[in-house]
Design a protein around this ligand. Structure first.
Ligand code: IVH
Length: 675
């Protein structure tokens, strides 16, 4: 075959395969058999190997065919992926608008209103118009590299279109939502039922489960879709409004939700919220609200963000979905910190597409306040992700046979004493060796946001503990193959995998390790702050109350809990065991860490990319301090727009003054532009 004929054939094959992809994945109406499809694909693969060309990167052959992975690589988002502040109802939407207008000093602000898809957020990197890498949101800073899986999504362009008003930039991060439509979701579940596999609870879980497949061939068979709604960093594209970004994304060939609207003011936004709410059930996909975004980027930048949510955007959530059912029993669960949580066991009921059979009752006071009894008919609700809860008892349905609930006097797991501190709603088992707590503790230690020991979930944690091979998380690092093989249901391969996973966790990031310790009130974010401030476990362990509370966001209650944790001799013993096991946490960000130690900052004027609190938190997370007035000891005065008299004072005292850009460089960030 001559070269020209070959390229002609390659061109035809690509077009034909794209056509069949659309028939199969988007329209669910294949025209050819899988075998015929595979033949076309094979032919194209062979031809491309013989006659490579410039269009390879966007060829359908790139969508499938990668070998399965053993684990996803972590992916650090060039610009962090923020989350959204929530509002329920028109009043809260108006409050948001008032705040925006006050800060922007404007009588009226226009917005872009978008459906809030219930899928999972992803970040896509395009270099010179070619899709290179893509990742899940993860914790906002680091996600999982799911490039191969994203490539299987037929509606995701592998190559951006040219010809838009804005040229294709050298590098751009495009953000959007991967989701599954309701109908293909139902079909997928039917197929799974036939094949004896557990159905997915809802389209969102199905989308997340499918995108997080290690074998992209499995993902390719799942009916995933994507809508794009924003950009992170874009080196060479200058936009003035979010609407312009939305239009340009569409012109570049990205699927953009056709229901996105430009709205002139907040009244139009509320009307949009109500309109979308009324057509919601008829949409082919699940949404849980609408998102409002300030249209002008200049105002977005002026507003900046606080605690990981931009102040220029708002998620307006639809009212929670409710259903009624009957409480069959109330059981008590013992958590990691000994807290007893009463849980309602109910007749399973469908709430907005999810089968619910348990609801948290929080604590005894809550049960008394709502007068919830065993046997009661109740109204329950589920809002977004949160655990379902009981809204109220349907008193008219009482028969008189309902039973009142009493908190047990002793721990249901270990029989030890239960205490309730005067200032707390929770009952607590105070036995540090309570098996329920220890098992929960081990499970937490191994969990994803903590040490991420794959395969060590609730069941195995309990099994290891019950078989007495481990009593605390440090014992994990002394486990032997022989010990594990003696356990029930443990085959050679799974034992090897577990040991490998444990081995991989030997040099955890410091923040993950601190979080994994399970100190009361120390969640992932606090753990990050502590790791950033102290840099090592030893430094944290020897910190006093004053140093702890000097960290922004750490109050006396958290500080107390940390001090108590390290003072407890049982915990010290476990920490010593970790040391003997050779576990050595690495610092989170070795280069940036504590890079501002000993430096003090004073801010004057306003920063375009973030508020004062965020700037303060950033300085403190790097070991620096922020003061409100300039003294001889001030290291830098950061001058934003409209600086005050502090600037003069700095000049008089010869204190270096830096601008916003220089400040952002110091804290390791670029100017925010994100949607
Ligand atoms: S904007 C800073 N737009 O909602 C702005 N998010 O809580 C961040 N989502 O993780 C996101 N539809 O998964 C945005 N039209 C939309 C959205 C949307 C769904 C999800 C997304 C994000 C979460 C934010």
């Amino acid at each position: 075959m001559d070269k020209e004929t070959a390229h002609q054939r390659i061109f035809e094959l690509r077009k034909t395969i794209e056509y069949h992809n659309t028939r199969y994945y988007q329209q669910d109406a294949p025209e050819i058999s899988d075998a015929d499809y595979d033949r076309l694909m094979k032919e194209l693969q062979n031809m491309e190997a013989l006659y490579p060309d410039d269009e390879m990167a966007s060829s359908p052959t790139q969508r499938v065919g990668a070998a399965p992975l053993s684990k996803f690589a972590p992916f650090t988002h060039p610009q962090p992926m923020l989350s959204l502040a929530n509002a329920f109802g028109a009043d809260e939407i108006r409050d948001f608008d008032s705040r925006v207008r006050r800060l922007a000093k404007a009588d009226r602000v226009d917005y872009v209103a978008e459906p809030k898809l219930d899928g999972l957020a992803v970040n896509l990197i395009y270099e010179n118009g070619i899709f290179r890498r893509g990742a899940t949101r993860g914790d906002g800073a680091v996600g999982e590299d799911v490039t191969q899986n994203l490539k299987t999504i037929a509606s995701l362009p592998l190559r951006m279109k040219t010809g838009a008003f804005h040229p294709v930039p050298e590098l751009i991060e495009v953000r959007g939502e991967v989701y599954m439509e309701k109908e293909p979701f139902e079909k997928l579940n039917l197929r799974r039922a036939e094949e004896g596999e557990a159905p997915f609870a809802n389209p969102r879980n199905a989308a997340a489960g499918s995108l997080r497949q290690l074998d992209s061939k499995i993902t390719a068979r799942r009916p995933l879709n994507i809508f794009l709604y924003g950009i992170g960093s874009a080196r060479s594209a200058a936009f003035t409004s979010h609407w312009e970004i939305i239009e340009t994304l569409a012109a570049w060939g990205f699927p953009v939700n056709p229901l996105i609207r430009q709205t002139p003011d907040i009244d139009a936004c509320i009307a949009y919220f109500e309109e979308i709410g009324s057509i919601r059930s008829g949409l082919p996909y699940d949404i849980d609200g609408v998102v409002l975004k300030v249209n002008l980027l200049e105002i977005q930048n002026l507003l900046g963000s606080v605690s990981r949510s931009p102040r220029w955007a708002l998620a307006c959530k639809f009212p929670a979905q409710q259903a009624s059912t009957v409480i069959q029993d109330i059981i008590v669960q013992v958590g990691r910190t000994g807290t007893l949580t009463p849980v309602a066991v109910m007749e399973p009921v469908n709430v907005g597409g999810v089968l619910v059979s348990r609801a948290t009752l929080h604590n005894e006071d809550e049960i008394l306040k709502k007068d919830i009894r065993i046997g009661d008919a109740v109204l329950i609700q589920r809002a977004g992700d949160v655990i379902p809860e009981v809204v109220s008892v349907i008193v008219s349905k009482r028969t008189g046979r309902e039973k009142e609930f009493r908190m047990p006097g002793a721990c249901p797991e270990c029989g030890s004493e239960i205490v309730r501190q005067a200032d707390e709603a929770a009952h607590r088992c105070i036995n540090l060796s309570c098996p329920a707590q220890l098992k929960e503790h081990i499970r937490h230690f191994a969990s994803r946001g903590a040490m991420d020991i794959e395969g060590l979930g609730e069941k195995l944690s309990a099994q290891l503990f019950d078989a007495k091979v481990i009593t605390d998380p440090a014992d994990l690092y002394f486990l032997t193959k022989e010990q594990l093989l003696r356990l029930d249901r443990q085959a050679e391969k799974s034992v090897e995998n577990l040991l490998e996973a444990i081995e991989r966790s030997r040099t955890p990031a410091l923040d993950k390790f601190i979080f994994a310790l399970g100190i009361r009130h120390v969640g992932e974010r606090t753990a990050k702050l502590l790791a950033g401030h102290f840099g090592s476990l030893e430094a944290l362990m020897s910190a006093g109350c004053e140093e702890l509370t000097s960290i922004h966001e750490i109050g006396p209650e958290i500080a107390q809990s940390i001090l108590e944790f390290f003072a407890e001799s049982k915990n010290r013993t476990v920490l010593e065991k970790f040391r003997q096991a050779g576990l050595s946490p690495r610092t989170t960000a070795p280069t940036a860490l504590a890079s501002l130690k000993g430096k003090s900052f004073v801010f004057t004027g306003s920063l375009a990319s973030m508020g004062r609190n965020e700037a303060k938190a950033a300085v403190e997370s790097l070991g620096g301090v922020v003061h409100s007035s300039v003294t001889g000891k001030t290291s830098y005065v950061v001058a934003g727009s409209d600086p005050g008299s502090k600037l003069e004072k700095a000049g008089k005292q010869n204190i270096p003054v830096i601008g916003e850009e220089e400040f952002l460089t110091m804290i390791g960030r670029q100017i925010h532009r994100q949607a």
